[in-house]
Design a protein around this ligand. Structure first.
Ligand SMILES: Cc1ncc(COP(=O)(O)O)c(C=O)c1O
Length: 461
C-alpha cells in the first residue's frame, strides 16, 4: 500500500519506482534519473510537470492522430458515460457500437463488413487468429492453424499475438508459446540480400515468394493465415516494394490462406488513407486495427472481417466462441465516432497526402549527416536508420548501439524537446509518427532537433 493517498509531484519519482510498473522499462535504471512525466497535451505538443513543451513526434505510441486536448472528443465521451457508461456486446448491442461498426464497414475496402471489437491491438490480432482457426474447423479444413509473419515484426504481446510477433528477444521469457508461428523475411530493401539489392521489382517478387516457400514447406493444409502490416513498423518503417502485396494476395488465394492486414498503426490516416490496404491497393480477408481509431481518448481495437469469413457464423448455428468484457465500450465507441468526425471536418487524410512529400523531403535533408544511412517510410510514418559507415552500410556493434540509443539519444532527443523512439530491435533507427494535424513548421522542428542531437551523437562516438 502507498504510504499516503496523496503525493506531491516532487515525490512522484519514488512512487513510480515503488508502485507504478512501467511497460518495457528497465525499472532499476529509474534510480539514475527522472522518469519523464507528461501531464497535459495540446495539439501536437505535450507538456511535462515542469511546464516544458515537447513535440509529440510519435503520437504517443502511434495513437494521437488528431492531436491532444480535443475537447469535442472528451465531451462526446462524457455525454456517453452519462447516458450509458457500459453494457457488454455479449448478446446485447448499443447504439454507438452499431453506428461505429456500420461506419467502419463503410470506410473499409471491399467486402469487409463484419466488425468485431476488442480493447487493444493484441486482442485484435489474437481474435483474428482465433477466428481463422475456428473458420477452418467449420469449413472442413481443421488442420489449418499456422500463421506466417515477418522477421522482427511486432503484432502484440498477449500469448497468441506474441507467437505471431517476430522478435525473438521478447518471446524467449514466455516460451513455450502457442505453436504455429512461422517467420519469413521482411521488406527491408536497404538491407536486401545481394542478389536483389539493385532491383526493387526482383526484391518484391523474392520477398513475396518467400511466403509461398514457407506455405509449401509447412504444408498448405496446415497454414491458416499470413499476418502483415502495410508498412512494417519494427526495424524502422519498411514500406512494401511495388507489387509485393498483389503477389502475396495471389499466393494466399492459390493455397487458400487468409491475408490479415495488421493495421494497428497503419490505419486511420497514418498513411493518408483510412486503411493501409487502400494505399497499397490490396484486399485483405481481415484488417486488425486499434490505436488511431480513437486517437487515444479512450482505448479500442477490433477487426474487420470479410463476408465470406462471417458466413459460417451468420447462416448456421455456429458461434464465434470469443469475447472481451470491455470490447465495443460505449464511451470508446462515442469517442471513436467523434474522432472520425474530426477526420472528415478537417480533411486529415488530405492533410497527410498533401504534406507527406514535404515531410519526406525535410527528413531527407538529414542525409548530409554521416550517421544517417536511410530515410524510409510513407505518409506520416518514417524511420531513419543510423549507421557507422554510410558507404558500406556498416551498422553499430551491440555495445555501441546500447550507448547510442539508450545511453544518449533517447534522453538527448527528449531533453531537446522531441518525443520519438530510438530503437534497435532491428538495426538502430529513429522512429517518427507525428499527429496527422502537423505541417511544415513541425517537420522543421523535428529536423532541427534531430540534426543537433545526431551531430552531437556522432561527435561523441
Ligand atoms: C502492428 C501492431 N499489431 C499489434 C499491436 C499490439 O497493440 P496493443 O499494444 O494495443 O495490444 C501493435 C502495437 O504497437 C502493433 O504495432
Amino acid at each position: 500500500m502507498a504510504s499516503s493517498s496523496f503525493y506531491a509531484i516532487d515525490d512522484s519519482q519514488e512512487v513510480v519506482m515503488r508502485h507504478l510498473w512501467l511497460h518495457f522499462t528497465r525499472m532499476s535504471a529509474l534510480a539514475d534519473g527522472d522518469v519523464p512525466m507528461i501531464v497535459r497535451g495540446s495539439g501536437p505538443y505535450v507538456f511535462d510537470q515542469y511546464g516544458r513543451r515537447y513535440l509529440d513526434g510519435l503520437s504517443g505510441l502511434f495513437v494521437s492522430q488528431v492531436g491532444h486536448g480535443r475537447t469535442e472528443i472528451a465531451e462526446a465521451g462524457a455525454r456517453q458515460a452519462a447516458e450509458l457508461a457500459y453494457f457488454p456486446l455479449w448478446s446485447y448491442a448499443h447504439p454507438k457500437a452499431i453506428e461505429l461498426a456500420a461506419r467502419l464497414a463503410d470506410l473499409a475496402p471491399g467486402p469487409l463488413n463484419g466488425v468485431f471489437f476488442t480493447t487493444s491491438g493484441s486482442e485484435a490480432v489474437e481474435s483474428a487468429w482465433k477466428l481463422a482457426k475456428q473458420y477452418f474447423k467449420l469449413t472442413s479444413e481443421p488442420g489449418r492453424y499456422k500463421v506466417i509473419s515477418r522477421d522482427i515484426a511486432y503484432h502484440g504481446m498477449s500469448m497468441g499475438a506474441l507467437a505471431i510477433t517476430g522478435l525473438a528477444d521478447v518471446k524467449h521469457p514466455f516460451e513455450p508459446l502457442p505453436p504455429g508461428g512461422v517467420r519469413v523475411p521482411n521488406t527491408n530493401f536497404y538491407r536486401a540480400p545481394e542478389f536483389v539489392r539493385d532491383d526493387v521489382g526482383a526484391f518484391a517478387k523474392w520477398a513475396a515468394d518467400e511466403i509461398e516457400r514457407a506455405i509449401l514447406r509447412e504444408g498448405p493444409e496446415s497454414v491458416a493465415a499470413v499476418f502483415l502490416e502495410p508498412v512494417q513498423n519494427t526495424g524502422g518503417c519498411f514500406p512494401p516494394p511495388p507489387g509485393y502485396f498483389q503477389r502475396v494476395r495471389e499466393i494466399c488465394d492459390r493455397y487458400g490462406v487468409l491475408l490479415v492486414s495488421d493495421e494497428a498503426i497503419c490505419a486511420f490516416g497514418r498513411l493518408g488513407y483510412y486503411f493501409g490496404a487502400q494505399r497499397y491497393d490490396y484486399q485483405p480477408d481481415i484488417i486488425t486495427f486499434a490505436k488511431g481509431l480513437t486517437s487515444g481518448y479512450s482505448p479500442m481495437g477490433g477487426m474487420l472481417v470479410s463476408d465470406a469469413l462471417m458466413e459460417p457464423f451468420t447462416s448456421g448455428t455456429a458461434t464465434f466462441l470469443h469475447g472481451v468484457t470491455f470490447a465495443g465500450h460505449p464511451v470508446s465507441a462515442a469517442v471513436a465516432l467523434a474522432n472520425l468526425d474530426i477526420f472528415e471536418k478537417e480533411d486529415l487524410l488530405g492533410n497527410v497526402r498533401a504534406n507527406e512529400a514535404a515531410f519526406r523531403a525535410t527528413l531527407e535533408k538529414l542525409y548530409d549527416l554521416p550517421i544517417v544511412g536511410d530515410v524510409r517510410g510513407a505518409g506520416y510514418f518514417y524511420g531513419i536508420e543510423l549507421v557507422k559507415d554510410k558507404v558500406t552500410k556498416e551498422t553499430f556493434s551491440s555495445e555501441e548501439s546500447e550507448w547510442l540509443l539508450r545511453g544518449f539519444l533517447s534522453h538527448a532527443l527528449f531533453d531537446a524537446g522531441l518525443v520519438c523512439r530510438a530503437d534497435d530491435r532491428g538495426d538502430p533507427v529513429i522512429q517518427l509518427s507525428p499527429p496527422l494535424i502537423c505541417g511544415q513548421e513541425h517537420f522543421d522542428e523535428i529536423e532541427r532537433i534531430l540534426r543537433a542531437v545526431l551531430t552531437e551523437a556522432w561527435a561523441r562516438i
